[in-house]
Design a protein around this ligand. Structure first.
Ligand SMILES: [Zn+2]
Length: 169
């Protein structure tokens, strides 16, 4: 179960619209499945080197390498590490947990891509060491421009399972 205030849902949709056609990304924090804070994080993929791109899976990597940095940010995201650390410091000072990540899909449905699953599994590989709760992965789709869709997933063992979102007013 995941509860999110409608103001945060709106904030994520606005963030997605502001950065379109690039993908936006950010972090959600809160307590016990209830989101209370949203942090917008810069998508640094636009400035990544070829070497840094090797973390992506083979098929996606060859696609990404063929694109200009600007174009890369249209189809994938990588969060700025410094901004993530700052957000995590802020949530610790408020006694909140990192509960989820969000990003946008400008031209595709609100379903995790292969790259999204790769990134989620990479996070899983060190999550236990950091003592973080299992995160929700949220996707904002602008595929139908005037009907944005927000969906949440758990991603375990390379499998994404949708989790219903309960919107709080
Ligand atoms: Zn994605």
């Amino acid at each position: 179960m995941l509860s999110i205030p409608s103001s945060i849902i709106q904030n994520m949709i606005e963030h997605a619209r502001e950065l379109a056609p690039h993908e936006c990304c950010g972090i959600l924090s809160g307590k016990e499945g209830e989101i209370s804070d949203c942090y917008r994080i810069t998508n640094i993929l636009a400035n990544m080197s070829e070497q840094e791109l090797t973390r992506f899976d083979g098929a996606k990597l060859s696609d990404l390498q063929r694109l200009s940095p600007e174009e890369r940010a249209d189809i994938a995201f990588q969060m700025d590490a410094r901004e993530m650390a700052m957000a995590q410091r802020d949530m610790r000072s408020k006694g909140l947990d990192l509960l989820g990540f969000y990003h946008s899909h400008t031209f595709s449905p609100a379903r995790p891509s292969l790259t999204d699953i790769t990134i989620a599994m990479e996070f899983e590989s060190y999550r236990a060491k950091l003592n973080f709760p299992e995160p929700f992965h949220l996707i904002v789709s602008l595929e139908v421009a005037d009907q944005p869709v927000v969906r949440a997933y758990r991603i375990q063992e390379a499998l994404a399972t949708e989790v219903p979102i309960h919107t709080l007013n």
